[in-house]
Design a binder for this molecule. Structure first.
Ligand code: HEC
Length: 131
C-alpha cells in the first residue's frame, strides 16, 4: 500500500469526524447558479478532507480559503482550476468534470472574498485573480 492509498483509506473510514465537527454553511447571498452548484459539489467531494468551512486541521493543516490560506500562490482562477484538475479530489482527481471543477473554484473564490457571489467563471477558470 502506498502512503497515498493509506491516507485515503484512513480518511474514508472517518468521514464522520469532519461531518460532526462542522455544519455546511448556507450559500452566500446572491450566489450565481454556478457558485451554488460549486458549494454542493464541494460539500460532497472536498469537505471530507478540508472541512465544511475550508479548514480542517486534522487532515490538511492549512485553510483552503479565508484567513491563513495559501491559495494565492495559484495566481488566478485558472491556476486554481488547473491544480484541482490535476490533484483534487485527492482520492480520485478524475471523478469530476472540468465544468464541476470550475464551479468548485468559483465557490472557493467567492468564499475567499476574491470574487462577488454572482460570479460566473468561464470553463477552466479564466483570469480573475486569487487574493
Ligand atoms: C482524500 C482527502 C482529500 C480530498 C477528498 C480533497 N483534498 Fe484537497 N488536499 C488534500 C491533501 C492531502 C492536500 C495536500 C496535497 C499535497 O500537497 O500533495 C490537499 C491540497 C489541496 C489544495 C492546496 C492547498 C494549499 O494551500 O496548498 C487545495 C486548493 C485543495 N486541496 C482543494 C480541494 C478541493 C477543491 C477538493 C474537492 C474537489 C479537495 N481538495 C478534495 C486532501 C484532500
Amino acid at each position: 500500500m502506498t502512503q497515498k492509498q493509506l491516507l485515503v483509506a484512513v480518511l474514508a473510514a472517518t468521514p464522520w469526524l469532519t461531518s460532526l465537527a462542522q455544519t455546511p454553511p448556507a450559500p452566500p447571498a446572491g450566489a450565481s447558479e454556478q457558485v451554488v452548484q460549486g458549494g454542493h459539489l464541494y460539500q460532497l467531494h472536498c469537505a471530507l478532507c478540508h472541512g465544511a468551512n475550508g479548514r480542517d486541521a486534522t487532515v490538511f493543516p492549512r485553510p483552503i480559503w479565508g484567513p491563513g490560506h495559501d491559495i494565492g500562490k495559484f495566481g488566478t482562477a485558472k491556476g486554481l482550476f488547473e491544480y484541482l484538475q490535476l490533484m483534487m479530489p485527492f482520492d480520485d482527481p478524475n471523478k469530476l468534470s472540468d465544468a464541476q471543477k470550475t464551479a468548485i473554484a468559483a465557490y472557493m473564490l467567492v468564499r475567499n472574498g476574491s470574487l462577488p457571489a454572482a460570479t460566473m467563471l468561464p470553463l477552466g477558470g479564466g483570469s480573475a485573480p486569487v487574493k
